[in-house]
Design a protein around this ligand. Structure first.
Ligand SMILES: [Zn+2]
Ligand SMILES: [Zn+2]
Length: 188
């Protein structure tokens, strides 16, 4: 992934550098038509998604289909056969259902690094929890810079609360904190 995104990135910079030496209208046309902005897309299936850097959703889906064997030539959407030219004009076309699981990330995301876990979450995706490390994507939320599953989130919140109120670790969280509601303890 890293290499692919880097190559795309360099290609774009080169085109822009060249266009800077041309008369303005020509340069603008070059930028507008030949180098559409790269951005991140997510492509996959109902279980997993992968990030792709592309200028269009179609391009991202094509990339995924070619790299992972999800073209209509790999499995005809009509009859399930390989290399079926009866039902497909273009065997390298991506399987149509890939579109259902694809989306574009926020276009403001930087293109020189992959989307972060926080950005995947923001896009409505499940990610692996960074605390319990099961590896399976699950519903996570960001808490103090970490993607945490519901259980770890509760734990982290309790821990932080304990630190804030000075409770000893391991104290049951539902014990009444009477000190904080009444008179502060006085240490003579
Ligand atoms: Zn077929
Ligand atoms: Zn967890």
């Amino acid at each position: 992934m890293g290499q692919m995104s880097r190559r795309g990135f360099l290609g774009r910079s080169t085109a822009l550098a060249v266009s800077a030496m041309m008369p303005i209208p020509k340069a603008m046309a070059l930028v507008a038509q030949d180098t559409p902005a790269l951005r991140w897309f997510a492509v996959g299936d109902d279980e997993f998604l992968w990030p792709y850097l592309s200028t269009s959703m179609e391009g991202a889906i094509r990339q995924h289909a070619e790299e992972n064997g999800y073209t209509v030539g790999d499995e005809c959407p009509d009859c399930g056969e390989m290399s079926c030219t009866d039902h497909n004009a273009d065997l390298s076309a991506p399987l149509p259902w890939l579109e259902d699981y694809s989306f574009a990330f926020d276009s403001r995301l930087p293109v020189d690094r992959e989307p972060s876990l926080a950005e995947w979450i923001k896009a409505g995706c499940n990610v692996p929890c960074e605390a319990c490390d099961y590896g399976e994507p699950t519903e996570c939320r960001m808490f103090q810079g970490q993607a945490l599953c519901e259980e770890c989130l509760q734990e982290a919140r309790t821990e932080r609360l304990d630190r804030m109120v000075g409770t000893q670790p391991g104290t049951p969280t539902n014990q009444p904190r009477w000190l904080w509601h009444g008179e502060p303890a006085r240490h003579a």
